[in-house]
Design a protein around this ligand. Structure first.
Ligand code: GLN
Length: 313
């Protein structure tokens, strides 16, 4: 049976989310939170929140859906959005569209590909994207930073987690190394420090699951329509990138288990999109070996299965 685009059984969704929260709650926190950023390593791991907003404007939440957490690499989706809106296909001259097969902060591929990062969702890719964002005209009426875009999409001010910002600003040696390598290959126009500041700042933006789900709504559009608008093409393309590269070297397993375009961050958040159906945010700080939320992935796997939302039918 073909999926009914946009139609969501609200009662069923509420039941599934409530069940998920109950089941996830009995799994004791295992593993550990991100340990390459001190401020994140201290957080308790057995925490969980979820928010699902659907095309018809329904919002269903569960667990700690109002608890803010640093979005970290999920910011890379919003930075790519700004870059594509401002520069269109020119973006792809400076960053690739292929999965990396390496960790998000790996330097090796960058040398092999002469300073062109494999995709915009690994750290060097996002660093190059932020370099581009610094060239968006100052008087532009559209948002120029991830924080501005998020505030506009959510309709609320968004804050930055100062502790995370300070830790990553003073350390971040690998990120600086990658930025320098891009610069040495002429793929960074601004000074390394001028790029690192907004990069670290967008990673440290703190959102709740409810806010993150709202921020992802523009990515729901585009599937199943014949009269495409420019925003639909953008959403389709970003979804393709999220499906193939959104969970780093765990993207294949994530597509296999969950079947939805998604982007993770080492703060424990994941934004997942069921095209033309729902924008979903989950949060749980315990990470797997690729830096993706363990319980968040499990929750999305069960949600997608129960609601029949996998893009693969
Ligand atoms: N701020 C983190 C870093 O630069 C982002 C990485 C992530 O979320 N995967 O390492």
């Amino acid at each position: 049976m073909a999926r009914q685009i946009g139609k969501v059984d609200k009662k069923k969704l509420e039941e599934v989310v409530a069940e998920l929260v109950e089941r996830i709650g009995i799994i004791e926190g295992f593993g550990r939170a991100a340990h390459h950023i001190d401020a994140l390593a201290e957080i308790e791991t057995d925490r969980f929140g979820i928010a699902v907003t659907t095309v018809d404007g329904t919002m269903v939440t569960g667990g700690e859906a109002e608890e803010p957490f640093p979005i970290q690499s999920i910011s890379k989706v919003f930075a790519l959005t700004l870059a594509l809106r401002a520069f269109g296909d020119d973006v792809w001259k400076r960053v690739g569209r292929e999965p990396s097969g390496d960790p998000f902060n790996s330097v090796v591929d960058l040398e092999r590909h002469k300073g062109i990062p494999r995709n915009p969702f690994i750290n060097p890719g996002a660093i190059v994207i932020v370099d581009m964002l610094l060239d968006i005209a100052k008087n532009a009426e559209t948002p120029r930073t991830v924080r501005d875009l998020l505030a506009a999409e959510i309709g609320e001010e968004v804050s930055v987690d100062r502790a995370v910002y300070d830790k990553e600003s003073s350390a971040g040696f690998t990120n600086r190394a990658m930025a320098n390598l891009c610069k040495s290959f002429d793929n960074l126009n601004h000074d390394v420090e001028a790029v690192m500041k907004p990069y670290v700042s967008q990673c440290a933006v703190a959102l709740s699951c409810r806010q993150l789900a709202l921020a992802g709504r523009y990515l729901m559009n585009g599937a199943g329509k014949t009269d495409q608008e420019p925003g639909d093409l953008l959403a389709r393309r970003i979804n393709a990138m999220m499906l193939t590269c959104g969970q780093y070297d765990g993207s294949g397993d994530f597509a296999f288990r969950v079947g939805l375009p998604a982007k993770s961050g080492v703060g424990g958040g994941i934004l997942a999109i069921a095209p033309d159906v729902a924008s979903i945010a989950v949060w749980s700080p315990t990470l797997d070996e690729n830096g993706n939320s363990l319980l968040g992935t499990l929750a999305l796997e069960q949600l997608s299965e129960r609601m029949g939302w996998s893009v693969f039918g």
